[in-house]
Write a protein that binds this ligand. Sequence first.
Ligand SMILES: Cc1ncc(COP(=O)(O)O)c(C=O)c1O
Length: 397
Amino acid sequence: MSRPFIPSSNIARLKESATLAVAAKARALKAAGVPVIDLGAGEPDFDTPAFIRQAAAAAVEAGATRYTATEGIPALREAIAADANRLLPAGADPFTAAQVVVSNGSKQSLFNACMACFGPGDEVLVPTPSWTSYYEMLELARATAVPVMGDPANSLKVTAAILEESCTPRTRGVMLNSPCNPTGAVYTKQELEDILALADKHAWWVISDEIYLRIAYDTPATSVSQLAPARDRLILINGVAKAYAMTGWRIGWAIAPLAVSKAMIAVQSHTTSNPAAVSQHAALAALTNLSAADAAISDMVHAFHRRRDAVLNALGDAKKYALHPAGAFYLYIDVSSFGGDDPGAKFSGALLDEHQVAVVPGSAFLTPQWIRASYACADEIAVEGMQRIARLLSAGR
Ligand SMILES: Cc1ncc(COP(=O)(O)O)c(C=O)c1O
């Protein structure tokens, strides 16, 4: 008789990543021959630009096949610091390479930061809806994620005043993400300044996930590094996955106060060690060939922008149910008219079964009245998918 597996208390409350689960279901259906339109993935459909692929191939031939320093190769850490410094206001102290920790995707950077800064008894404010993994990472760090609902009248963004209502003496930090996954919302300078001032007043850690920073349409998105008067409680997170179409290379980074960087390196040294050497060289090429990278990013952002407008248009009358996304590549759509406890799950299930379109139910982001549809796919696929969503929405239940 086999004995049951009882998960340890470390993971007893851990939930599978809902976005990855949807992607797996869509892949299985596709493998079975069902022509699924997959609007679930949070992944650009572009190839990594050729100059980056070529630099990686050359690096392998030149011997980039061994362990590197846990925190990344020096040249890449320098390039990341230089990249961040380009945004700083005149006169601000530059970031140094020693503050940079390179990881296996910004996901690991975020995890390292949560592990380094938070622990049992600590509460961390998570503007909601937010990317699904923040809640689970905080749980893994044995801290308490405190979801703070954003304002539906303001693209589901939180304000300093809304955050302040949810804080307690145990609040230790806040997770920021602009442009935001899943809503596509972009925080204004003023909104960010107010939140930073509040965080500064309470000495909270600010973990600012800026993975979509370059993907903004209506106005450029602001990095908190452009605003923060004090940086002793600020951890910037970024990576190459989204802007450079490099999801599979798994390179992200954190830039933090030196003591925090050291703590994150210690966490990483006992979990994964360095990110893949070849991927670090690919990221180095991406960050140091500025004109080639800017041209590639501008082409991709231009395509996302065109798709953003096309998918909003494809929704027709149902557009009133969608938030206007000013960045990232997601459309967040209110499906509360489907009713029940979890209208997003009901809608997503019906959409997949009856219209062969995969989207992510909003419960993955603690907002079950919504669904997330990604438009990081070919224009005609995104448009067809949105038309089917609009049909199901107007048919109702
Ligand atoms: C908001 C947000 N942060 C971080 C990540 C992780 O990105 P990476 O591929 O760099 O680990 C994602 C990926 O979907 C994301 O949406």
